[in-house]
Design a binder for this molecule. Structure first.
Ligand code: FRU
Length: 496
């Protein structure tokens, strides 16, 4: 169907139930479907929202447009989990149904306040002339998961910020509330993180912009997020249009982070020794990451696996994207680590040991017919070179190619150019990271339908890639000049 402004912004109630059921069936039947990642029941999923712990459960919401693989009228879908792995979908809970969010309930955050979960998000309102007014809206969720929106916006549009003013994260520091928001400065048209302060959640004082870098952060910052990881403040954000001289990246828009030395929200100051922001994920498809500090003392992150302004092959099946698995964050020697949460292991079926084969004929088969949903852990000794293929055909001419060296020039490259249906090729088909020279390489690889998440060296790097392989490409194998030394385990993964 041809998408027009009218059809994208048509009220949900004006769509018929049958259409929705058909779209849901189509998404479920897709051969690219994930089984243990949060995925849309129909239509398009984008940012994770309101990631939190409340009432003895984890909560996450996601941006949803249920009627097609387009960015139409957005709402929030709610999921809960006891362990950050098994999620229950509670359906659409924040609809675009007031004057202030008439053209979309955009991204936002959640925080527990007085036995309730306080949600704060951006209401996207457009006038008849299609001028956008962003309102920062509050909503309260009780222990029965009922959500009531506040009557009036908490923060109205401000003069020094353009219409690009969204994605509030509500924070608390020394008895005061703060909100950070993505913003575009009206005068310079550059990307900023806007900061507000309040004692009572009602009266908000504009503190200007957070001072966290000397550099220009492109033309817009989306989805800013502050989290404390091992007592250090970490700022996660999406600087759109960032000059690649400031920080290198290959995706259309980067999702980056800065580890801080300390933060003074009341002084609007985030201090860091880091010279430039770094990519949060070294792969192709991570964006809009949200992280939060859980009551158990840990910091968790979850991302949108998908990017704005990129078409994905499932668009033709009327659904798109998914969320990442939840990652536990830590900072070791100033570097951010992201690891799978322990409960991921509960999805494993019985494991099969894999190790270097006795016979060597140039190919070493790890699995000749892998499932579409598996985890593969591998340790490779130092001093080796080779290629690992995932989702490959028989002669390994097709598949995700992971080229590596654990010798002097140690590196890892993920190449998806021959992995299946091409997409987003304008932004390159390979991603490379440098590795420490002459060290063992450990890989924890999660494949789920059309998603591949690779954790390198215990979470020092993650590389996330979508891929759309032809049916039957289910071989996992190494090729190299010499016989490789590796050991590991392969598990089929359960559905959630
Ligand atoms: C990021 C984003 C946010 C916005 C939301 C709308 O992907 O553009 O800035 O709130 O998506 O769905």
């Amino acid at each position: 169907m041809e998408w027009t402004r009218e059809s994208r912004y048509k009220k949900y109630s004006e769509w018929d139930a049958e259409t929705l059921l058909k779209l849901q069936a189509q998404a479920t039947a897709s051969k690219y479907q994930m089984s243990y990642h949060i995925r849309p029941q129909s239509g398009l999923l984008n940012d994770p929202n309101g990631f939190s712990y409340f009432n003895d459960e984890y909560h996450v919401f996601y941006q949803s447009y249920p009627f097609g693989a387009v960015h139409g009228l957005k709402s929030w879908v709610h999921l809960t989990s006891p362990d950050l792995v098994h999620w229950k979908n509670l359906g659409l809970v924040i609809n675009a149904d007031t004057k202030y969010d008439s053209h979309g309930a955009y991204s936002g955050s959640a925080r527990v306040i007085d036995d309730k979960l306080f949600l704060m998000y951006t209401g996207n309102h457009r006038s008849k002339e299609w001028v956008r007014y962003p309102y920062q809206i509050g909503a309260i969720m009780d222990k029965d998961n009922n959500i009531t929106k506040l009557d009036k916006p908490m923060i109205e549009p401000v003069d020094h910020i353009t219409e690009h003013f969204r994605d509030p994260q509500l924070l608390k520091h020394r008895d005061e509330y703060f909100v950070i928001l993505g913003a575009q400065d009206a005068e310079t048209k550059t990307g900023k993180i806007s900061l507000f302060r309040s004692k009572d959640l009602k009266n908000w004082q504009d503190l200007g912009y957070l001072d966290f870098t000397e550099e220009e952060m492109g033309y817009m910052v989306e989805c800013p997020n502050l989290v404390f990881v091992d007592d250090q403040p970490v700022l996660i954000f999406c600087p759109q249009g960032l000059d690649k001289k400031v920080a290198d990246y290959e995706n259309i828009y980067p999702n980056m982070y800065i580890v801080g030395s300390d933060i003074r929200l009341d002084k609007a100051k985030f201090n860091t020794d880091q010279k430039a922001p770094l990519n949060l994920d070294d792969g192709f498809d991570v964006y809009a990451t949200q992280a939060f500090n859980a009551p158990n003392g840990k910091a968790y992150a979850i991302s949108w696996i998908g990017l704005p302004d990129i078409s994905y092959p499932t668009d033709s099946e009327n659904w798109a994207n998914c969320l990442s698995q939840v990652k536990e964050l830590s900072v070791v020697d100033g570097e951010l680590y992201q690891r799978p949460v322990p409960a991921m292991a509960s999805l494993r079926e019985e494991g099969t040991l894999v190790r270097s084969e006795e016979v060597f004929d140039g190919q070493q088969i790890v699995h000749s017919a892998a499932s579409k949903h598996y985890e593969l852990k591998l340790d490779l000794t130092a001093g080796q070179n080779g290629k690992l293929f995932l989702a490959a055909n028989k002669d390994l001419s097709q598949g995700i190619e992971i080229k590596f060296s654990t010798a002097d020039d140690a590196f890892l490259t993920v190449d998806r150019s021959k992995a299946g249906i091409p997409f987003a090729e304008d932004y390159g088909t390979t991603r490379t990271i440098a590795l420490p020279a002459n060290k063992q390489l450990s890989l924890d690889i999660f494949v789920d339908g059309s998603v591949c998440e690779i954790f390198v060296n215990n979470g020092r790097h993650t590389l996330t890639s979508r891929f759309f392989a032809p049916d039957g490409n289910n071989k996992i194998a190494f090729i190299s000049d010499k016989k490789l030394q590796y050991t590991g385990t392969y598990w089929n993964m359960k559905n959630i």
